[in-house]
Ligand binder design. Structure first.
Ligand code: ATP
Ligand code: MG
Length: 201
């Protein structure tokens, strides 16, 4: 069993996250992708983010029509900071021992991987898929150089279609009253409107 993990703040989840997960799933023949909204992202301390309940609801709405996409509450239900290394340990306890985990990261997040809590231990525990934009250069040595040579085979690059979408841009569009159609799944947009999210951020 090959399980992809798409972690994020998902504030809100958008089509860039979904298209990337789908492209990586296809490229590596993953059986399933687990979307894991983070509770208190260590790198976003001090920034205003939507309640975990809202981010979880949007993540479920965005993924529920895909038969192989699932949502995990492992980080939201855990107390204390959200560290990926703890998440992997928890998932390893709940899946059969032969399961391979593939942690999917955008190139921006991959460049910060070495700053994550217990990064070397984490890279030894699971594979990392660095989703880079099709047709653009990306120097994997920028990621590899921070890790021991033996663990570098756990760092995999997959080219995915470039979708110029970010949650920051979506929040900004909502605040300005601009359209977010085609940037997020329709049920996510409906939820954002119904709950009046991001109007004042
Ligand atoms: P923000 O603008 O608030 O930082 P974001 O759009 O970057 O939000 P995150 O929840 O921070 O979304 O990202 C979760 C993961 O998804 C990260 O690994 C990030 O690199 C990746 N990601 C985000 N946007 C895209 C995109 N358009 N294409 C591919 N990967 C993406
Ligand atoms: Mg981001």
């Amino acid at each position: 069993m090959k399980v992809g993990i798409m972690g994020g703040t998902f504030d809100p989840i958008h089509n860039g996250h979904l298209a990337t997960a789908e492209a990586v799933k296809d490229a590596l023949a993953l059986d399933t992708v687990l979307f894991i909204p983070s509770a208190r992202p260590p790198h976003k301390r001090g920034k205003k983010i939507a309640d975990a309940e809202h981010r979880l609801a949007m993540t479920i709405l965005a993924t529920c029509s895909h038969p192989d996409f699932h949502v995990s509450t492992v980080e939201i239900l855990r107390t204390g900071p959200s560290y990926a290394v703890d998440t992997i340990d928890t998932l390893k306890q709940t899946f059969p021992s032969e399961t391979q985990f593939f942690f999917i990261l955008g190139a921006d997040a991959a460049l910060e991987l070495s700053t994550w809590h217990n990064a070397q231990e984490l890279v030894d525990k699971c594979r990392f898929v660095i989703a880079t934009r099709q047709g653009t250069e990306f120097d994997m040595r920028l990621v590899e150089r921070d890790f021991r040579a033996e663990s570098r085979e756990h760092l995999i690059r997959v080219e995915t279609p470039a979708l110029e979408i970010s949650s920051t841009d979506i929040r900004e569009k909502i605040r300005r009253g601009n359209s977010i159609r085609y940037l997020v799944p329709e049920p996510v947009e409906q939820y954002i409107r119904k709950e009046c999210l991001y109007l004042d951020c």
